[in-house]
Design a protein around this ligand. Structure first.
Ligand code: HXC
Length: 272
């Protein structure tokens, strides 16, 4: 059963007037980030491959009085990326925040993974993240169309902790997320300096009720939990609150970091 999240520690309107585009924003962690950005005042465009998922997400968000549109598209297609960014601008007249949450994942031993399987995940996670950033640059930059001249652009790339050490059956995802972290740092340097865009990442650890967690069996999940200093799984809410923090002025001096939201799991080992 999912825990009822505590009340938000952030001000309700801390993102009021902001417009956010989220890839993979219709389900899982991406949806929870959509929900929390919306609850804190942002208007949303959510992009995903599945129309029915987008429709039900937009419907659920509307029950929270959150303004949201769904844009069907695949981050692997440059035309879809451009259309998503342009449709967001056309609908809302500005773009402040880009969240790259679209990801592909499956567990497979590396001696059974085809080169195309490897490429597919790199293409979604790493190339897709860069493509979305690149297409959104014109709108996100300080002084971009429709924005207050003083308002920063924000990019948040959803990563993982798999590649900090090594993870079984995840050679493709580990490589892809390592690339995502590298993109975060490079763009933070170049675009922070040249365009007033803060680029950060969030690296969730084991989070309950997600596609990532459901791929691990209950036994493996329990094992991961027992190695965690906080001895529990995280909630999607924990990840989303990191998103609100990085997107809001609370994070105005944070640039080029990837915030780990895992209860300390990646650095822990069994007690001896
Ligand atoms: C081995 C597989 C495979 C599997 C696909 N492939 N699934 N190989 N085991 N289970 C291979 C295919 O054989 C093919 O290679 C290539 O990958 C492309 O597969 P397609 O099915 O044609 O691609 P596509 O339809 O584009 O689907 C992409 C996908 C998709 C990534 C494979 O299944 C998907 O989006 N899955 C779910 C996404 C998801 O779980 N998102 C949450 C991510 S959580 P060949 O050589 O045969 O052509 C996350 C957190 C990370 O990212 C941390 C978690 C612990």
């Amino acid at each position: 059963m999912e825990n009822r999240p505590p009340p938000s520690p952030f001000k309700e309107g801390c993102l009021k007037g902001k417009v956010a585009l989220l890839t993979g924003g219709g389900s899982g962690i991406g949806y929870e980030i959509s929900l929390q950005l919306g609850k804190h005042g942002a208007s949303l465009a959510i992009m995903g491959r599945r129309d029915h998922v987008l429709r039900s997400a937009v419907d659920a968000l509307s029950h929270h009085s959150i303004s949201a549109i769904g844009i069907e598209g695949d981050v692997r297609k440059e035309d879809d990326a451009l259309r998503a960014v342009e449709s967001t601008f056309k609908h809302y007249g500005r773009l402040d925040i880009l969240v790259n949450a679209a990801a592909g994942n499956f567990l497979v031993a590396s001696d059974h993974l085809s080169p195309n399987g490897f490429l597919t995940v790199i293409d979604i996670d790493a190339v897709g993240t860069f493509t979305m950033c690149r297409k959104a640059l014109k709108y996100l930059q300080k002084g971009g169309p429709g924005k207050d001249p003083s308002s920063d652009g924000i990019i948040i790339n959803i990563s993982a902790t798999l590649h900090y050490t090594a993870s079984w059956y995840q050679v493709h995802v580990s490589a892809a997320k390592a690339a995502v972290d590298s993109i975060t740092r490079s763009l933070a340097l170049e675009w922070g300096t040249d365009y007033g865009i803060r680029v950060n990442g969030i690296a969730p650890g084991p989070i309950s009720d997600t596609a990532g967690a459901s791929k691990l069996g209950p036994g493996e999940l329990m094992e991961e939990m027992q190695q965690m200093p906080l001895f529990k799984l995280g909630d999607k809410w924990d990840v989303a609150m990191a998103g609100v923090y990085l997107a809001s002025d609370a994070g105005k001096f944070i640039n080029g970091t990837t915030l780990v939201v895992d209860g300390g799991q990646w650095l822990s080992s069994p007690r001896r």
